[in-house]
Ligand binder design. Structure first.
Ligand SMILES: Cc1cc2nc3c(=O)[nH]c(=O)nc-3n(C[C@H](O)[C@H](O)[C@H](O)COP(=O)(O)OP(=O)(O)OC[C@H]3O[C@@H](n4cnc5c(N)ncnc54)[C@H](O)[C@@H]3O)c2cc1C
Length: 325
């Protein structure tokens, strides 16, 4: 770990006015980890924990979650559990109880990939050192992406929460030296393409102040299904966030995204579209799930994710759609 200085930010302006050599620290469960293994080496840590970026509120404008709220706290809020179960479940299936007590919503959305090559500084990695190469394409890639894979990077995005929020069309609220703005979370995450080192549409000095999820009544019919090598304390091999608007056995509308398979949280509007106007059945769900994998590019060790993606989506749809006839 390299030497760094520490500053406790007393105001949002003070925090956003810091230089490009700085990093914000919230819970520290990802940043400190990466500093210890020299993957990240900010010259200054700006502690944002005293900034007014808390609260979980629900009104006609939507569910607003402050960036500094802890994952464990948000998962247990009655409004979240009742109206947005997919968010609560995604949080509860993340990391471990200890981590969820420490980790913030903003930090979760900004966490870096778990790719072993990214986390090993003696290996080349286009995400860490642009242009140095990506050994995962010919090396260990069982956990890697099958969707959104460019020539430069095939690492998966790790956040479970992001998958649920992208499915529900959430927006991310940002504040920086140039003022405040809000963008769709789906647009916030960038594909690796030629700049795999740039994962987020965030500007230098910009803070995530919170996220807003539309208040859509039928989001209460939603769920998060996570498939992993062990049932706790493990990242997704594949996950599905599903919300269905139902009229008896007919599907009026749907929101769907997948995790563990994409270089960013993978929104699946074509799968959702294929469900609209259909009657729930195993066949309806399987046919829609088939679409999810149409652009998949499996690597040498992760071909199983193509089938796993379809089965995970189908199972999540059966779980949410219920009463398969
Ligand atoms: C063993 C282990 C298992 C895990 N398993 C899972 C899992 O299954 N699913 C999952 O989703 N996650 C998992 N995680 C990741 C964990 O959820 C993240 O480490 C945590 O959410 C990060 O939050 P934090 O507040 O500690 O962020 P920090 O470590 O403080 O920050 C992380 C990054 O976000 C930036 N940042 C923090 N807050 C803001 C803000 N408000 N605005 C702008 N930038 C900000 C920091 O500068 C830093 O770059 C796991 C972590 C570990 C160590």
């Amino acid at each position: 770990m390299k030497a760094f200085s520490y500053k406790l930010a007393g105001s949002t302006d003070e925090a956003t006015g810091t230089g490009t050599q700085s990093a914000f620290i919230a819970g520290g469960t990802n940043l400190v980890d990466l500093m210890k293994i020299d993957v990240m080496d900010p010259k200054e840590l700006v502690d944002i924990n005293q900034l007014p970026m808390r609260g979980v509120t629900l009104d006609n404008n939507g569910l607003r979650i402050g960036a500094l709220e802890k994952m464990a706290y948000v998962a247990e809020q009655p409004d979240v559990v009742q109206h947005f179960p997919v968010i609560s479940q995604a949080l509860l299936k993340s990391a471990s109880a200890q981590l969820r007590n420490m980790a913030s919503i903003g930090g979760n959305l900004m966490q870096r990939t778990r790719c072993g090559y990214f986390r090993d500084v003696i290996m080349p990695c286009n995400k860490r050192v642009p242009g140095s190469g990506c050994p995962a394409f010919t090396g260990e890639n069982r956990m890697h992406a099958i969707l959104g894979v460019g020539n430069a990077c095939c690492a998966t995005h790790p956040s479970d929460l992001a998958v649920a929020l992208v499915a529900l069309d959430a927006s991310i609220n940002l504040q920086g030296p140039k003022g405040t703005r809000s963008i769709k979370l789906d647009d916030f995450y960038l594909l690796p393409k030629d700049t795999p080192n740039r994962e987020h549409a965030i500007e230098p000095g910009e803070l995530i102040t919170g996220v807003t999820v539309p208040h859509t009544n039928w989001y209460q019919r939603s769920a998060y299904l996570k498939i992993r090598d062990r049932e706790s304390y493990e990242f997704a091999l594949c996950s599905a966030a599903v919300a269905l608007d139902m009229d008896a056995f007919m599907i009026r509308d749907a929101r769907i995204a997948a995790g563990g398979v994409g270089t960013k949280p993978w929104k699946l509007p074509e799968v959702a579209q294929a469900l609209i106007g259909k009657r729930v059945s195993q066949a309806t769900f399987e046919q829609a799930a088939e679409i999810a994998a149409k652009d998949a590019h499996p690597l040498s060790q992760n071909g199983f994710k193509v089938t796993l993606l379809k089965r995970t989506l189908t199972r999540a749809l059966v779980q949410v759609g219920g009463g398969v006839a």
